[in-house]
Design a protein around this ligand. Structure first.
Ligand code: RTP
Ligand code: MG
Length: 148
């Protein structure tokens, strides 16, 4: 089954949105297989956002993501990578549709509440950056047969 890496960013943690965000993905029918509240070390932040190293906002992005605890998660389910991206909404909250996490809770591109892997390759890379194999669980939910 497909897996993706999602993370409530420091603004989402500070604004007490962890529960709401977890609930959205649970209700959709996806399965949480790994989670931790953590502070991201500088080096991990730079690796995680490595694709943006040359962008003018890279410094701000790394400062922001290391500014407070984040809630890192691995979710599993059919088409979870693309579906989670659409549930997150557009990168810039001004373009994010109502009903999405960013559309409902964010106003500015620099503080957009949630991160999600954008492709199977990113998901694999990001899961292994943040989680050891043994930190992920595997379990069956009978209800999943009725959802996916
Ligand atoms: P993320 O990686 O955090 O899930 O966001 P994303 O895929 O939707 O967007 P991405 O292009 O990967 O950009 C990463 C984060 O950089 C910040 N950003 N700032 N000032 C700007 O023009 C700008 N553009 C992007 C955003 O916080 C974005 O989430
Ligand atoms: Mg991205």
């Amino acid at each position: 089954m497909e897996k993706t890496f999602l993370m409530v960013k420091p603004d989402g943690v500070q604004r007490s949105l962890i529960g709401d965000i977890v609930s959205r993905f649970e209700k959709k029918g996806f399965q949480l297989v790994g989670a931790k509240l953590m502070s991201i070390p500088q080096e991990l932040a730079e690796q995680h956002y490595g694709e943006h190293k040359e962008r003018p906002f890279f410094g701000e992005l790394v400062d922001f993501i290391t500014s407070g605890p984040v809630f890192a998660m691995v979710w599993e389910g059919e088409n979870v990578i693309a579906t989670a991206r659409s549930m997150m909404g557009a990168t810039n909250p001004k373009d994010a549709a109502p009903g999405t996490v960013r559309g409902d809770y964010a106003a500015t591109v620099g503080k957009n509440i949630i991160h999600g892997s954008d492709s199977p390759a990113s998901a694999e890379r990001e899961i292994s950056l943040f989680f050891k194999e043994e930190e992920l669980v595997s379990y069956s939910k009978l209800i999943s047969e009725w959802i996916y």
